[in-house]
Design a protein around this ligand. Structure first.
Ligand SMILES: [Zn+2]
Length: 203
């Protein structure tokens, strides 16, 4: 899929990044995720993922208070995520529609299916966590790691966590970085590496 002229203009800032380039931008445009999120972490991730050219298809869950932000006007809280994103995404980036790709971005707790890449947004009540799995990453280890975390933080911490999650997803779509991992988001801008839990098969 060759980039059209208006796409080269739209994505010029990320095309200029050495790790993205024109080929990388084509990968971001070919990818897509199903979103399961009702709060600020997931909706912020969706905004950045969509702005980067990757497709986002939301589920039917009603948007929670605090979801309002880049994507969601305050009046839309309580409406199904799929309906709201269907209305607002064309204004953010029409390239983010229609649905495609095999990825998944979700706020914990949730179930995981499809090929991936997978990005989980979670937390423990005070800090946030991003757990991710790309091509070749063990699904059992991913699920064992996500099982120890709850819902992601709200407020500014959740917004920052969502932005981090979008960046992690884009790296996975570009084939960069480890195929499995987790990072903590202790405070806005403070990221830490976290251990991945091993599943029964990996020991
Ligand atoms: Zn494993």
């Amino acid at each position: 899929m060759a980039l059209r002229e208006e796409q080269i203009v739209r994505y010029s800032r990320q095309i200029l990044l050495r790790e993205v380039g024109g080929r990388g931008q084509e990968k971001l445009l070919a990818g897509g995720v199903r979103l399961r999120a009702t709060g600020p972490a997931g909706l912020t991730a969706a905004a950045y993922v969509a702005a980067g050219g990757t497709a986002v298809a939301a589920g039917p869950e009603p948007l929670a208070p605090g979801a309002e932000g880049f994507l969601v006007p305050a009046a839309e809280v309580g409406q199904p995520a799929s309906e709201v994103l269907g209305r607002v995404l064309p204004d953010v980036n029409a390239d983010a529609l229609p649905p495609r790709g095999t990825g998944r971005v979700a706020e914990l707790p949730t179930a995981w299916d499809g090929e991936g890449p997978w990005v989980a947004l979670g937390g423990d009540g005070t800090r946030g966590v991003v757990v991710f799995r790309g091509e070749g990453g063990c699904a059992g280890c991913f699920e064992a790691t996500t099982a120890s975390w709850g819902a992601p933080p709200s407020g500014a911490l959740g917004v920052g966590l969502g932005a981090l999650g979008a960046l992690v997803l884009q790296r996975l779509l570009l084939g960069l970085g480890p195929a499995l991992g987790a990072c903590g988001w202790e405070a806005p801008g403070v990221m830490t590496a976290l251990e991945v839990r091993r599943c029964g098969r990996c020991g």
